[in-house]
Design a protein around this ligand. Structure first.
Ligand SMILES: [Zn+2]
Length: 277
């Protein structure tokens, strides 16, 4: 568990991040309408403005160079229900975001949009929530990996969000969207008291406090990013140095979620686990 002081601090920064994300998502919806590109398949639509086409192809090629990337791509390209749109734009130039979720009457996810930042191949998010993407930094500065690998890892992170949301009910997601702002409003007006019973009541309804919901989502993204990277760097000499760095960040910031990452490290077929038990 996070201690209350850190939780209050995280909540505060999270509220700011969420506000930015909402703006980016709204902007993303507008951009995708104006982007010009032919759909690649009926279920996986790539709406890439021509000026970004070249870099997008490089990132996509890097993602598809792994078995796991290819398998996930093909799954969405031939998906019977879900229309996944990938586009480039938004204010988060070095980041990415996933949203635009829609469900059908049966409660199945039928639409999602991944918005990639135009400089996806640069910028490393913090190790606190992004232990996998962050771990790549020293390897790029030593020119062991290129920017396209970073971009492809960020794409894998977003695919992780789509996969996770596919198994989240629409009801719970909508409730989270509705009640997280209420939670934050109470938190900001009660002297940052996380023990307020009103907050406890909301957290029970939505499956945790906003920080817990946020970190659970982000760590699912990171778990998929790790799955991709494992495939991508398996034959590289620095494989275990990279995975050791991820391990240390997970132990320091994501202890409650360690199992999720350990399972990937130990996944069947792995020749070695680089210290993960
Ligand atoms: Zn994410």
């Amino acid at each position: 568990m996070i201690n209350p002081g850190r939780q209050a601090q995280l909540l505060f920064s999270l509220i700011c991040v969420l506000a930015i994300t909402t703006v980016v998502a709204a902007k993303g919806a507008a951009d995708s309408r104006t982007a010009a590109s032919a759909p690649a398949s009926n279920s996986l639509r790539e709406l890439i403005p021509p000026k970004y086409q070249k870099r997008y192809e490089e990132w996509k090629t890097e993602f598809l160079a792994t078995d796991i990337g290819k398998a996930q791509w093909e799954m969405y390209a031939s998906h019977p229900r879900l229309v996944l749109t990938i586009t480039i734009g938004g204010k988060n130039a070095e980041g990415a975001g996933t949203g635009g979720y829609k469900w059908n009457d049966k409660g199945e996810l039928v639409a999602a949009t991944i918005m990639l930042g135009e400089r996806l191949d640069s910028g490393y998010p913090s190790a606190v929530y992004y232990p996998v993407m962050n771990a790549l930094e020293p390897f790029e500065s030593r020119q062991l990996i290129g920017g396209s690998v970073l971009a492809a890892t960020k794409i894998a992170h977003e695919f992780g969000h789509v996969m996770k949301i596919s198994s989240t009910s629409q009801e719970l997601y909508n409730l989270q969207v509705k009640l997280v702002p209420t939670y934050n409003k109470i938190f900001l007006s009660n002297g940052y008291n996380v023990n307020d019973p009103r907050l406890g009541e909301i957290a029970t309804k939505i499956g945790g406090n906003p920080v817990e919901i946020w970190e659970d989502r982000e760590y699912w993204g990171e778990a998929n990013a790790m799955l991709y990277l494992k495939d991508r760097v398996e034959k590289e000499k620095f494989h275990c140095r990279l995975f050791g760095k991820i391990k240390r960040a997970v132990e320091e910031y994501a202890k409650d979620y360690e199992q999720r990452f350990a399972e990937i490290a130990k996944e069947q077929g792995a020749m070695y686990t680089c210290g993960w038990k």
